[in-house]
Design a binder for this molecule. Structure first.
Ligand code: AMP
Length: 635
């Protein structure tokens, strides 16, 4: 393809990629079967999901598939009793999966650890017992502030097994952000590593945890510390315990807590439309059914696969696609601790080569970061074990799609762009491996999911026009609530009455394919992470020199979006480079490195509406010299 053609493609993406005959011949679901499933799901959605539930083990069967009597608080599988840890782990011990690898872990310095299903099961049992001996009971919340380590997976499954609720907090967050989340979910225990390796540096995590605990509400009774880097840590007598010492004395058998399908499994914080972090709640029953079905379908999982999702376990992608999905499907999952460029930009390709990864699932930001270095690094590695590639978290632009398809998949692997969210729990809109793919589009809703693009009144949009992405009917892995925020939860179903409003802008093309364009509210998607502009603004305002601030998102080649802040100083402050650096440091301390601020500009004043609202939109247009979205958000 010449340059001109590439440019044309990017400007007006029209390519249609058909699956290779060889792939179709070997696929679990052939195109005809996919069609039959779609028809089945359309004519009888509840029957469709009931069949999915029957593939899992339950301690008591459901009285109904779905109870809609208190909508939008939908109850999936009411009356059923189950436990996701039983399905993700214990169940496999009775099958040939027992001695299969469940987890391959690699640390950034190059150390590795592997666990069969049997070994992981034992480790989880030991830690489940340890949590119980620390007094953690069903319904208690355990915060997990960990890098990607085997113990992170163990902690999650151990919580699930005893009916405790895990709440992972991304290890890059600041002490303040952790404290806010510990308080929010009233965590009774905290699991943290002493530190971790990233980009060749040691990060001292326990220190951050200690700062967070200082001044926290005091709900946390015990802290379990996993030794990773061996650095010095302060252990508080009676509160802090070494993981190794706790599990060493525990039995390798543990009873499973039988929970209701609707009992909470995890809380996961995200930036919602209100821009305050909200803890999305997911529950055992519906989540495991939705995740197991969509994960197996989208990734065409086979007994011999080695699956790798590069996401940190601290995000929903890590929960669903790195841990619960692969384990429910009985496949082998890979977890990597460190930075994709360390020690050089072939790290991911070398992991694929060394472990024979067959399914690779990552984010556009990660791919774009590596794409910058061209094809030389992937070319030096044998990537022929790959058979399927996937992406999620942000729009996968056609250029990045094409690079993945050619340089990584050698044009032999389907590249699937999957759309979903923390709130949806499971994959929602995605091509299946045998689907016709259009680079840049997430294709159509999966069987059993009813996605659509509508205008603000909920009315249909013309084919080819932009609108808002909605989900018309409940789906099993949907969030079951937002912690302590009933109204926030209801609001997701209020904007267009009765349907779930995803908060994303999208376009529906003439074939019914969906093209997601990004967020529609005041939430930025920086490197795939949702960050409320209000959160960043609040961090600025808490600096003594700042009188007013507006934060806007700007397109960025690597991260998709980065933030720019326009700052008005208090009268007695003068702009200076020193102040600029101090502000950068301050915001970093408040929010952690996640709030990637591209630049800060000092202004005399900010543009406002007559009612005094800051016109972020016009600041953004000023920067871009042109409008950004087809649909205007009225700031
Ligand atoms: P989170 O809940 O943090 O995973 O963020 C979910 C948001 O990420 C969605 O609302 C979208 O804005 C964005 N997103 C996720 N997957 C995709 C995708 N495949 N294409 C475009 N945007 C996506």
């Amino acid at each position: 393809m010449d340059k001109r053609e590439t440019l044309d493609n990017l400007l007006r993406e029209e390519r249609v990629i058909r699956p290779l005959p060889q792939f179709v011949a070997e696929a679990n679901l052939k195109p005809g079967q996919v069609q039959a499933l779609r028809e089945r799901a359309e004519s009888d959605p509840l029957g469709y999901w009931e069949e999915a539930a029957e593939e899992l083990e339950w301690f008591r069967r459901w009285d109904a598939v779905l109870d809609e009597s208190q909508a939008p608080f939908y109850k999936w599988f009411p009356g059923a009793r189950c436990n996701i840890a039983h399905n993700a782990l214990d169940r496999h011990i009775e099958t040939p999966n027992k001695n299969k690898l469940a987890l391959i872990w690699e640390g950034e310095p190059g150390d590795t650890r592997k666990f069969t299903y049997f070994e992981l099961h034992r480790e989880v049992n030991r830690f489940a017992n340890a949590l119980r001996s620390l007094g953690v009971r069903k319904g208690d919340c355990v915060a997990v502030f960990m890098p990607p380590l085997p113990e992170t997976v163990v902690a999650m499954l151990a919580c699930a097994k005893i009916g405790a609720v895990h709440s992972l907090v991304f290890s890059g967050y600041s002490a303040k952000a952790l404290r806010q989340r510990l308080n929010g979910c009233k965590a009774k225990a905290l699991v943290a590593a002493d530190g971790y390796y990233r980009n060749g540096k040691v990060h001292r995590l326990k220190e951050v945890a200690d700062q967070a605990l200082d001044g926290a509400n005091g709900d946390v009774e015990s802290v379990v510390v996993v030794r990773r880097t061996g650095g010095d840590v302060t252990m508080r007598e009676g509160r802090d315990f070494w993981y190794e010492e706790l599990v060493r004395r525990e039995r390798k058998e543990a009873s499973v807590e039988v929970v209701d399908a609707g009992d909470p499994l995890f809380y996961l914080y995200t930036s919602g439309a209100s821009s305050r972090p909200q803890a999305v709640v997911h529950s055992h029953g519906g989540y495991m059914v939705g995740v197991q079905r969509t994960f197996s379908q989208v990734f065409d999982v086979k007994a011999t696969d080695i699956f790798w999702c590069t996401s940190d376990p601290g995000w929903i992608m890590g929960h669903t696609a790195a841990i619960y999905g692969p384990l429910l499907a009985g496949t082998t999952t890979v977890l990597y601790e460190g930075h994709p460029n360390y020690p050089q930009p072939d790290r991911l390709w070398s992991i694929i080569e060394r472990y024979g990864v067959s399914i690779f699932y990552s984010t556009p930001t990660t791919i774009r970061t590596l794409m910058r270095f061209g094809g030389q690094y992937p070319r030096q590695r044998d990537l022929t074990s790959l058979r399927l590639l996937g992406s999620a978290g942000e729009p996968l632009d056609p250029e990045t799609w094409t690079w993945l398809h050619r340089q990584i998949g050698d044009e032999n692997c389907p590249v699937l762009d999957t759309w979903w969210q923390t709130e949806t729990g499971m994959f929602m809109v995605s091509p299946l491996p045998v689907s016709v793919v259009k680079p840049g589009s997430v294709a159509r809703a999966l069987p059993g999911v009813q996605a659509d693009v509508v205008d603000l009144d909920g009315g249909p949009v013309e084919r080819g026009e932009g609108g808002f992405l909605i989900i018309r009917k409940p789906w099993p892995a949907m969030m079951t609530g937002i912690l302590d925020d009933e109204d926030g939860y209801r609001a997701c179903f209020r904007r267009v009455p009765g349907v779930y409003f995803a908060g994303d802008l999208a376009r529906l093309d003439e074939d019914g394919y969906i093209w997601v364009k990004g967020r529609s509210d005041e939430v930025l998607l920086i490197a795939g992470h949702r960050i409320g502009t209000a959160d960043i603004e609040e961090a600025f305002i808490s600096h003594r020199a700042v009188a007013e601030v507006a934060v806007v998102g700007l397109p960025d080649r690597i991260k998709g979006v980065t933030a720019k802040a326009f700052v008005v100083l208090t009268p007695d402050e003068d702009p200076s480079d020193e102040l600029l650096r101090d502000l950068e440091r301050h915001v970093r301390e408040e929010l952690g490195p996640i709030a990637a601020i591209r630049s800060i500009e000092f202004r005399e004043s900010l543009p406002k509406t007559r009612s005094g609202k800051i016109l972020r939109r016009s600041l953004r247009d000023e920067e871009l010299d042109s409008p950004l979205d087809p649909i205007r958000d009225d700031s």
